[in-house]
Design a protein around this ligand. Structure first.
Ligand code: ZN
Length: 400
């Protein structure tokens, strides 16, 4: 709006045609003033009587007039606007509706000068007295105005005078050849603001906002804000609700390949064994490799009972239980176990591994055969005993 163009956008119109329009506008004001309040036209009169503002000369009887108008076709009712706004959204299994919408009249200024050849010339200004950009003049339909009821109040007159003076000063160079202005028209354009509510069958709700010139929405120059999914930060005019009540947009949603559930992509994780995208809480972590995988992609070690990734297990025994470090005969856990169960003492060359939860101790006999003890360190008890035969690598778990 503050963009200053050179030359200032202008429109020529036949003087005769304009004066007829002006007369109609003034009659409208007078009629309304008589009906409503005799003091209302004070704003117009005050402006008119000031004559040439910069010189402060006394008013000429037929001095400039101030009237009010609206652009032809500027939306005056919310219902004129709502299809354009709501039509921007596509709501899956729900609907959108306006949730608060105001159409505030905002003033712009048109000043009309006498021009040569029986013409007048119009120029337009924003609230700061600066010329409006040609593009905005076109968009807001400022070249076709119709008189409207007065919105200026008597105490608006000083403000309007200052506004006109600022505009005249801005354009003093551009209209130097024709310094006398005929009329000022305060043009009320509707500024729309409000919110759109999205409602879904499962009770989920979301909102988007909009603000801009009402005519811009109707003409498609502006669209309301996209819906912003607060969980993902993604935005779209396509809005949907998940079963858990999250209102979101399609690009933030994925499908769990195991359960078929639609959910936020942030809730999905890739099974590092199968490559499937699934709900993160369906994955388990291989304690050896650290890979996250679906439980059915992991294999259970017969000795330690842990589910591990396929690359970390062979013939039912995980790489920890296949390896392990030698255990010193003085190790307190081993010594305690051997003391508690005489059958364990027939095995030697103990090796194994342990973490905070369990310890695996594997002994072997000279004549062949192995024994594997799974010890629960939290409960301080033997959880399982397994044996392999002299000629077989296969492990058999003792009945508990
Ligand atoms: Zn194991």
């Amino acid at each position: 709006m503050n963009e200053s163009l050179s030359p200032t956008p202008a429109q020529d119109q036949s003087r005769h045609q304009f004066l007829r329009w002006l007369e109609r506008a003034q009659q409208g004001s007078a009629a309304l003033a008589t009906a409503d309040s005799p003091t209302v036209p004070a704003a117009a009169k005050a402006v008119a009587s000031s004559g040439s503002l910069e010189s402060g000369e006394p008013a000429a009887p037929a001095g400039p007039a101030t009237v009010e108008a609206i652009p032809l076709g500027d939306p005056q009712q919310v219902r004129e606007l709502s299809p354009s706004i709501l039509g921007c959204y596509h709501v899956t299994a729900g609907h959108s509706e306006l949730s608060g919408c105001t159409l505030e009249p905002r003033p712009l200024l048109r000043i009309t000068w006498d021009a040569e050849g029986g013409q007048v010339q119009h120029r337009w200004y924003g609230g700061d007295g600066q010329p409006l950009a040609a593009e905005l003049i076109e968009r807001l339909g400022l070249k076709e105005l119709e008189p409207c009821e007065e919105r200026l109040r008597a105490n608006d007159a000083p403000m309007v005078r200052r506004w006109i003076a600022a505009a005249l000063q801005t354009d003093s160079g551009a209209v130097g050849a024709a310094p006398d202005w005929l009329a000022a028209t305060v043009v009320w354009c509707r500024w729309a603001s409000g919110a759109v509510a999205f409602r879904f069958g499962n009770g989920a709700e979301g909102r988007s906002n909009f603000a801009g010139w009402a005519i811009d929405f109707v003409q498609g120059y502006q669209r309301p804000e996209k819906y912003r999914c607060s969980a993902s930060g993604e935005e779209s005019f396509e809005v949907l609700a998940l079963d858990d009540g999250t209102v979101t947009v399609p690009q933030a949603v994925g499908r769990c390949e195991q359960s078929g559930t639609s959910t936020l992509l942030s809730n999905l994780k890739t099974c590092e064994v199968s490559g499937r995208q699934v709900l993160a809480d369906r994955l388990a972590q291989c304690p050896i490799s650290g890979l996250w995988a679906l439980p059915d992609q992991l294999e259970c070690c017969v000795l330690c009972g842990r589910a591990v990734a396929p690359g970390r297990i062979e013939s039912q025994v995980c790489s920890d239980c296949r390896g392990g470090r030698d255990i010193d005969p003085d190790d307190s856990l081993l010594a305690g176990l051997l003391a508690a169960d005489g059958s364990f003492a027939r095995y030697g060359h103990w090796r194994g591994w342990r973490d905070e939860a369990v310890a695996v101790l594997i002994g072997r006999r000279w004549l062949g055969g192995q024994l594997a003890i799974l010890y629960d360190r939290q409960q301080a008890r033997v959880r399982q005993v397994a044996r392999s035969g002299r000629f077989s690598q296969r492990w058999t778990v003792d009945p508990s």
